[in-house]
Write a protein that binds this ligand. Sequence first.
Ligand SMILES: [Zn+2]
Length: 54
Amino acid sequence: MAKKKNPVEVYQLICKDCGGRNYAARLKKEHKNLELTKYCPSERKHTPHKAKKA
Ligand SMILES: [Zn+2]
């Protein structure tokens, strides 16, 4: 019996400060509420980014 892989979906990491879509990430569904501190090029500083489905 073939075993299915964990589904991985493409998410965009959106800056919570300015709403800029700065990064794309492949995440498993269980990580859909992930928050990461990433560099925002438009603000030129590190800000919290929220994963949102592309
Ligand atoms: Zn920003």
